[in-house]
Design a protein around this ligand. Sequence first.
Ligand SMILES: Cc1ncc(COP(=O)(O)O)c(C=O)c1O
Length: 479
Amino acid sequence: MINLGRGWPDPSLLPSLQSLLNLSQSEVQHQQEQALQYGVDPGNLDMLQAVIQLRQQCASTEISADCEEGGPDTQGQETANTSTPKITTENIIITNGSSQGLDMVCLRFSRPGDIILVEPLSYCYIAATLEQHGLIPLKVPSTSEQCRTSCLEESRGNLMDLDALEDALETRRQVNGLMPKLLYLCPICHNPTATTMEEEEAKRLIAIARKYKFKLISDEVYMFLAFNCEAVPKSLVDYEMELVEAETPIDEGDDASSFVVLALNSFSKILGPGMRLGWIESCSNNIKVLQESGAIVSGGGLNPLGCSLVGAYLRSGQQETLIETLNTSYRTRCKVMMDALELDLGALPVTVEEIFQPIVQHPCYVRVTGGFFLWLRFPNHWNLDTEKLLSVCLEKQNTKEENEDDESVSFFAGHQFSLGIPLVGDKSNGEEAATTELFVPEVANHSIRICFAYLPEEDITKGISYLAKTAYDMVYSSK
Ligand SMILES: Cc1ncc(COP(=O)(O)O)c(C=O)c1O
């Protein structure tokens, strides 16, 4: 089976274990005491400094001279990171990766029964964490189909309609409705849509969060893999620092001096998920709140041994070539996948423009900026239920004849990225808590997420061909 669903890095592109072991011999050995002892609360200081250096180095590095390749349209992108991040060691705490960082933020900044806003399409594996913290996920209004042709060209972002969000929040405030405590988003090389939020949109969202006093959990795990951008996109923390520096009026309130943004980052996508290491960036007040998490109070900073190793790796400077290689490979694989889609779907009685409908119609709104995934939306008139398409694609493994190739393929059906029920303005306290029904818009049911990062090029091409053939058979054999 060709697995286009698995959103993992290709292990052959990650650093060799031997190079890490060599570093541990030469660099980490002398840290015997520190590496095997309970760590200081925010994490090993060398590691915090290495993270800052990584962020600063990457901010000043051009990613790609030929960023026109690999996306259906790369115009209108203005993600160049022109200023150096101003974070210090007080703005960082080490985590066991972005997923654990999310858990920590929910633990320290919410209570069961609180509302967390999520994007219209959201990284699916946050659902368990939200549920376990007793949070109620409500979907930020999305830009509607009708609105697309009129106003979206200026409105760039991850399908969140910020005008509608602000209207809904204002109405809720006026009717004393339950207000959100958190909003989770993936603003850089979004999973699943591959889009990156533009500066104006990001700053507007930060201003809304400040006004209505909720935290933004900004999952930035693909920050260093924005292979179709000119530079590494800025963190929402960088934007909030700029806003604070420019003395944007901040609403009065007991946490007015604290940032709304808590940015999750991770080594999973660059050094490998086996590291289980990442970090959170925010203002020093928020970092102190995170340091009071039970696990840190009891056990100190997370994973000191891993920090020593990663710190040594970053100090060695090898990450520069590594990140460049990853971006080159993922850009090529993304292009291979898009070419295969064009070839295989182009041969069907549907144009590739229809498949990439949102991308082609709104090049500056939805574009592939980087990350691991493509989000495909099949034409409405196909009326294709992608969960059924997935079962048929998987079933091929069992129904093939002995001398036939295995043409089974897997992917993620779109509905999995639809979390929560829609946020509406006029709900009274707690009404949503009683609603268990999830809202899956039609567009998600007709869509799929496919990953280009994990598989070699020949498997990507084969996988797309099997997928296109099965989709075609399903749609046209039933007519
Ligand atoms: C958006 C997003 N956040 C978080 C993760 C998991 O990150 P980590 O391994 O650091 O927990 C992934 C992995 O696929 C992801 O796509």
